[in-house]
Design a binder for this molecule. Structure first.
Ligand code: SAH
Ligand code: SF4
Ligand code: F3S
Length: 437
């Protein structure tokens, strides 16, 4: 038995889909009359919305639980997200938490909290046939740049990845539900929407409208200024979506298209089902449609069997593409995945470290060059928050670069800015024209 919680705190780890889920769990608990608090150490209920993608991410959960219980504090702890899905009852055994809830059943969080209050077992990692979205309260106040999950799950089964197991099969949310939520988000203050999915460009409906059809519908929403989407898989990049980058005014010139490796041998072992060449040809088509597009990617170094020659193939691919930004990770074997059984060609930790450093240096070089090319240009900046200096505001360029400027513009304003200085990780601008909010 535990007292009924009055305050709560949600802490999200991992990808943007978890951030979105965390916001929706927060709205759900607020609708139950609980008050949100920024201080996890003061909350009666702490929801840890977890990520299972790499071992380090998973271990963070257990250290966080330990920290929350320091000094004999006993808040109610709910573990949500992908670790909850993957480990289920094991978490209750190992860490004695009160609630475990998976990413497809978090609409049941209030019921589960009620069970925990009554001292009953509170675990739900079902993947119900009926979507959770219908059972969630409507959107209220959001930031100018808001997330909107349109697709969940993955059928790709890359050999290193847990997502198909933690998030389940690929499912697209219905067209109308998405358009309605997009309008509600715009009414609640969003000016930019980022459509989310583990394979967002696989989004489709019975009419075969595809993600580009959905984007075209969102383009018509008054008050919405920008549309983005992430994460895409190379094999789901259809012609219509590429064309949307040339034709849809609100679609931003940015594409996150993970490749993981530049070596065909490794891509095959990863079950990526695209080759180095097919990926590069795809990017040629994207660039033909939108020449100024900023490209981003994900890379894994040290996959089992990766030789120095394989890794150099990744470096030459990076040099060929010229990424504006990228994320890179050391391979982490995950329980239950086929790659975890691949014991041949194990890459030692120091080799992984060294490869990661070289890869990140290559990306940093290209990112600095991409940013430098923006200097002297003018572009729209969506103001997202205040900066550290007096009068300083921070926002994003169309190419997702961070821009800082001194202005009396407010959060949510769109400002035309001249970029006067490019640093490796951000741009400095001066205001030219303010568009009406
Ligand atoms: N759906 C996206 C990515 C989802 S996971 C895609 O297909 O690209 C985000 C990134 O985490 C992946 O792109 C990959 O680079 C990385 N990742 C996934 N599993 C990993 C593992 N076992 N070890 C290291 N990095 C991993
Ligand atoms: Fe994981 Fe591959 Fe699916 Fe991306 S496409 S979520 S890396 S299995
Ligand atoms: Fe992590 Fe789950 Fe996202 S494993 S990356 S939180 S889909």
């Amino acid at each position: 038995m535990k007292p009924t919680p009055k305050t709560f705190h949600v802490k999200s780890f991992g990808c943007q889909m978890n951030v979105y889920d965390g916001e929706r769990m927060g709205e759900l608990m607020a609708a139950q009359g609980l008050t949100a608090t920024d201080d996890a150490n003061a909350a009666d209920l702490v929801v840890l919305n977890t990520c299972h993608i790499r071992e380090k991410a998973t271990e963070k959960v257990y250290s966080d639980i330990g920290r929350l219980r320091k000094h004999g504090r006993t808040p109610m702890i709910a573990v949500a997200g992908c670790v909850a899905q993957a480990e289920g009852a094991e978490i209750v055994r190992r860490a004695k938490v009160d609630v475990v809830v998976g990413p497809q059943s978090y609409h049941n969080l209030p019921d589960l909290v009620g069970k925990a209050v009554r001292g009953e077992s509170a675990l739900d990692t079902d993947m119900p046939a009926i979507s959770k979205f219908g059972a969630l309260p409507s959107r209220r106040k959001v930031s100018p740049s808001a997330f909107l999950t349109v697709q969940e799950g993955c059928d790709k089964f890359c050999t290193y990845c847990v997502v198909p197991y933690t998030r389940g099969a690929e499912v697209s949310r219905p067209f109308d539900a998405i358009v309605d939520e997009a309008k509600a988000l715009v009414d609640a203050g969003a000016r930019e929407l980022t459509l989310l999915g583990q394979n967002v460009n696989a989004w489709d409906d019975a009419e075969g409208r595809g993600l580009h059809g959905l984007i075209a519908a969102l383009d018509g929403i008054e008050g919405l200024a920008r549309i983005r989407y992430t994460t895409s898989h190379p094999n789901d990049m259809r012609e219509g979506l590429i064309r949307a980058h040339a034709e849809v005014g609100k679609l931003m010139p940015y594409l996150h298209l993970p490749v993981q490796s530049g070596s065909d041998r490794i891509l095959k072992a990863m079950n990526r089902s695209h080759s180095r060449d097919s990926y590069l040809r795809l990017l040629d088509r994207v660039r033909a449609a939108r020449p100024d597009i900023a490209l981003s990617g994900d890379f894994i170094v040290g996959f089992p069997g990766e030789t120095e020659a394989d890794f150099e193939d990744t470096l030459t691919l990076i040099a060929q593409v010229g990424y504006a930004q990228a994320y890179s990770f050391k391979y982490s074997p995950r329980p239950g995945t086929p790659a975890a059984e691949m014991t041949d060609g194990f890459v030692p930790a120091e080799v992984m470290d060294e490869r990661l450093q070289r890869l990140q240096a290559a990306i940093a070089r290209d990112q600095a060059a991409f940013n430098a090319a923006t200097a002297g240009r003018s572009c729209d900046v969506l103001i997202e928050r205040t900066g550290k200096l007096p009068g300083q505001m921070l926002g994003k360029s169309p190419w997702l670069q961070s821009v800082h400027l001194i202005t009396d513009a407010q959060v949510g304003d769109m400002v035309e800015v001249e970029i006067v200085r490019a640093d490796p990780n951000s741009l400095a601008g001066i205001e030219r024209i303010r568009a009406a909010a």
